[in-house]
Design a protein around this ligand. Sequence first.
Ligand code: M6R
Length: 611
Amino acid sequence: MCGIVGYIGREQAAPILLEGLSRLEYRGYDSAGVAVYDQGADTLSVHKAKGRLKVLSDQIEGGATVPGTVGLGHTRWATHGAPSDVNSHPQVSRSGKIAVVHNGIIENYAELKAFLSEQGVPFTSETDTEVVAQLIEYFYEGDLLDAVGRVLRRIEGAYALGILCSDAPDQLIAVRKDSPLILGYGEGCSFLASDVTAILRHTRQVSYMEDGELAVLTRDGIQCYNHLMQPISKEIVQVDWEVDAAEKGGYEHFMFKEIMEQPEALRRCISPRIRDGEVYFENFSLEDDYIRGLDKIYIVACGSSYHVGMVGKYHLERLTRKPVEVALASEFRYMEPIVGPNTLVIVISQSGETLDTMAALREAHRLGAKILSIVNVVGSSIARESDQVLYTWAGPEIAVATTKAYSTQLALINLLALRFARILGTITPEAYGAALEGFRQLPDMVEQVLSHRDDIQYFASQYFNHNSVFFIGRNVDYALGLEGSLKLKEISYIHSEAYASGELKHGTISLIEEGTLVIALSTYGPLFQKAMSNVVEVKSRGADVLALTTDSHREEMGRTADAVVTIPDIHELMLPSLGVVPLQLFAYYVALMRGCDIDKPRNLAKSVTVE
Ligand code: M6R
């Protein structure tokens, strides 16, 4: 999604803005722009270009041709108006005095645009953002802060805004509502950014803006205000990420690097959570009696995080015997969910900023539920609004297609299921011990699966030309199929669907014909024979079957399937965690062979901050 960087200091701003924007490229975008105040000319110079950041950077020679020490930069992911130079941000007011960068959507922009048009204000773009720039100018009578305040009382929707005015070039204004914005504190300079990676090279001292807050950035510091425009002081936190963790480190793609980082990410996520033979969560505030009193657990998330929730449902219900519902966050708040004080809502999100997930969290809070979130990005909005956060500690995930975040989310929800089962007394000490042993083995086993990546590369070379793929499986293998299918389609653009194997004969099997590729997932031992019958079903209709099963079932599966990939036998709870790895690798190699833009697939964004 869109990215924002702002800088005010003593160095030339444009190269800093471009460098910051390059750190945000992974979020997905279709155009980029910068606005810098040029003191010599006493004007804002605005440069924008459709396409990759490099197009813009080449136009302005890496920023060298743009003088000025204060400016805003933006990467845009089109919502209102097609990707084009004109629709790119920064958007400027009619006089060219006020420049605005914006993430989010101004929902009442059409109404405001009509009002301004009636007043004779001409518009040049199709964006909702231009309305903000024009409206600030409309209210501007020499006091920028006052004009911004009047605009904020009129706009509706979600926004993170950066504002620069050539009449007040010694300040930048930042505003946040429902879209993340971070403030950075440097020596003689200040920053704003939608994502901490954009400013990490310059400062590690940051504050996270809250909804309704406004900040005025100057070279000497930052003053924040609450929604009533009363001055407030913000906590400054030290970011301890390594910059390198967000770089490719010799790998061709972030996605591959992140696939390979999974054993380490799992170790980081799991080992501090098992102490003296017990599952342990840091600062865990949900009391045992509260857990015993739960009527229901809801899991709410989007995309791959939702797929983690699907596996989580099977495991939580199996282990705790509490009813668990899984809902897509985009549906949750519109379905009048039955949620109350005895419902725990588990929210899963890598970024912690997904707008649908955030909205579902707020709805669940409004209905009286407690929220436990599983989040990767520390200090993100979802983390901050939850009653209890469990961090995945996967490290920064840059590729749009999630891999290590998925794996660590899965590990956490499994640990949670185990801990709840222990509290509820629904697991025997022997079964509990066996599951903990499974967790202990998991990172090494993932390493083992990764070491066989050449086999997956070979299968990818056999199948990368297919145009349609079906993933089938039962129970947790069905949930795994959903993730395998999403991974493949999002980065390779191959049409792919995941089906619960037993459902095929209710319609979809009519699509199976000679040569259709079916990826049959059968890692879950208790249902192996059932899964085998589905493989026979599709084979007898001409499908080409690539099967995924465990080592102990290789031989039997090999008698029917055309090709078999196996994972080591491990505790049942860990099977999806191992099974997902060959599916990630398969998607990666297929996309590589098809020449796709793996880390930044078309139309997609890393962090989806619009509804
Ligand atoms: O940051 P989140 O986990 O909330 O993101 C949710 C989805 O947008 C995300 O999982 C998406 O489906 C991935 N790109 C899939 O690889």
